[in-house]
Design a protein. Sequence first.
Length: 145
Amino acid sequence: MDCRVVVEAAVPVYDVGTADEAVRIAISKTGEMLNPDLNYVEINMGERVCPHCHESLDPAFIAADESLVALELEMTVFNVERDEHASRIARKEIGQRLTNIPLDVVEIEQLPDDEEDADSENADSEDADPSEGDVLPEFEELIDE
């Protein structure tokens, strides 16, 4: 099973004046920490909501020219057994590169299986080794991403 995992990160940013500036710097800083090893992780602004009035808030909280920015990091985890397995893998992979940044898994979505596509490819290549049919589509999918 393949899963899409969204992890929320609290990224500290220093010497900023506005929320927009803090978000831009936080995205840039996070991208530098993740690349080139995890260039497939998507970085988005996080969504914060007031716990009392349920209104949307800026993803950045600024005090004394310092900011804490909420970012959502999204990645796809392949060949996992359960949602918890996908969560652990995503937190480990991202957490190794984002040292001293708190992470929290906010969403895990199971992706539809591509077994039908793999079955049709295997039927087309009857002369091929059966083990190649299982490995090759996954390799091609990784290259496409």
